[in-house]
Design a protein. Sequence first.
Length: 262
Amino acid sequence: MPTWKLEIEYEGTRYRGWQIQHNAKTIQGEFMDAARQLFSEKPDFFGAGRTDAGVHALRQVAHLKVPRLKTDLTPRMIQHGFNDLLPHDINVLKVSNASDDFHARRDAISRTYLHQISTRRTAFGKNYVWWIKDRLDVKAMSDAAKMLVGKHDFRSFCELEEGKKQSTVVSVSHSEVFTEGDLICFRIGATHFLWKMVRRITGMLAQVGRGDLSYDGFERLLRFYSDAPAKFTAPPSGLFLEKVVYPGDKPPTDHRPMISLK
């Protein structure tokens, strides 16, 4: 079965997340609609991660498997075929041949998310930042973010899917806060992420920045369950799936936000 790896960017504001849903516009749903026009049989199209409603992606990865082809297709033909059919806010950056057993989710070793906080009101970046009017202590936020590295139970920072048993232990490889102009950016890399995990961490880091939560108080959220983070869940507007990392890839390290506010 022919298999391809797709690298995708999208602006998630108009969508109810990645995963296909009935009666809702999703990224995967848009791809499947386009695929029905491109291929004679229903393909297997699976993403590396399920971004939430309103969340964006700089480089989401998906695999495409097609049972039978009427004609040989090159990666470039597939890329152009999808981009001719997809809406303006979804774009295929690259298509490459993949091994028959390549799986976008299972083969990934980590994912990196970037959450952008704006310290000023912006006319052009509203969909790409979380604007916080309060003055934030960036050093305090950075110190708290560093303690996330390692294996922790993130039960306080996630919302469990009803009726589904799942571990809330996650191994975090990288966590940092950096600034550029009027932006405060939080980057986190981990083996996988739980539902709403990044948005709730960002929300509590903002509480640290405001001075409403101490370093020790943030640490206690990793040691003992609390429902407090749910009340401070950050909006999805400033959150990006930055990169999906596979064996041989390097995670992002440059301090460059998605947009610039100076």
